[in-house]
Design a protein around this ligand. Sequence first.
Ligand SMILES: Nc1ncnc2c1ncn2[C@@H]1O[C@H](CSCC[C@H]([NH3+])C(=O)O)[C@@H](O)[C@H]1O
Length: 339
Amino acid sequence: MTVDVQATRDVVDIITGGWRAQALYTAVRLGLPDHVAAGCDNDVELAKATGASEGGVHRLMRLLVAMGVFTGSAATGYRGTRVSAALVDGPQSLRDMCLLYGEEFHSAWNHAPHAISTESSGFEVAYDQPFYAYLAEAPATARRFQRTMNAASMFFHRVPAAFDFEGKKVVDVGGGGGQLLATVLRAAPDATGTLLDREHMTAKAREYLHAEVGAKRVEVVDGDMFTGVPKGGDVYILCRVLAGHGDEDVVRVFEHCRRAMADASSRLLILDRFVEDENPTVLPALWDLHLLMTTGGEHRTADRVTRLLERAGLFVERTADLPMETTALVAAPRTPQRA
Ligand SMILES: Nc1ncnc2c1ncn2[C@@H]1O[C@H](CSCC[C@H]([NH3+])C(=O)O)[C@@H](O)[C@H]1O
């Protein structure tokens, strides 16, 4: 019998992927990226700074050097890399994402066979309640989740290059904290904006947007996108809002946007991650399953979104790629619509 060495190697690489994630999680939990950045460069100092055993630190650091998280060695001194720098505590850090993925989301993924077999949330099995209900009772985790969402917003700054907002009336539907709308309005000084979100979200968004772009250029509206969206916009944005909702609800939101458009030159801009059934790439397919693990949700294929748009009287005019395998999808109304 011949042994396929490469296949064995490939399988082992995949199987041990979870261990790598847990090793990185432990490093972040111990604050190793921060301590190395602060100048601790050997096992004795790192053990003292973290309260962990010197032997444990040595063995973990050896793996992290092999993974490219740090460079150097115990003998020559450890040094940080771009990877460890991205995990140092501070604004835009991936630290909270690493902790959340290593704790609550890791527990949710422990129930992957159940979640996948039944297409239901693994989180609910692990924690006996839905993810968002849990967050409402666990403020520290809720803050960690919010920071994770912010860190995952690094594609926002590329949105103005994918769509010309200059002079337009921009409506951000489900606009969350307002970071995207602020980015768009800063890039297009003659544009004005309206953010629509649920009542419990809008106070923070209003405060943020008024501070960032001023009350004159932006309006923040409480509402329900399934009931209606503000009228007269030149561009309606739906950024990361579709994944948690069923097809019928999504068509309803698309229809509301089309009917509310100022005229036939208005556009709907969808910013989201789409999965591919043909030649899939790993991150979108992983995040699709991750939505299943956490909320029971899913990412759609671009074809499926296109069909839902068509049902709502819209067609896809063009698409553009954004960082982290996010896509900008620009849709136009089929016929001139009046509000
Ligand atoms: N029915 C609804 N009407 C308006 N906004 C909603 C509704 N349901 C959920 N949302 C909001 O949709 C957002 C999804 S999270 C995405 C937020 C933002 N677009 C970003 O990309 O950062 C949250 O802010 C929700 O409060």
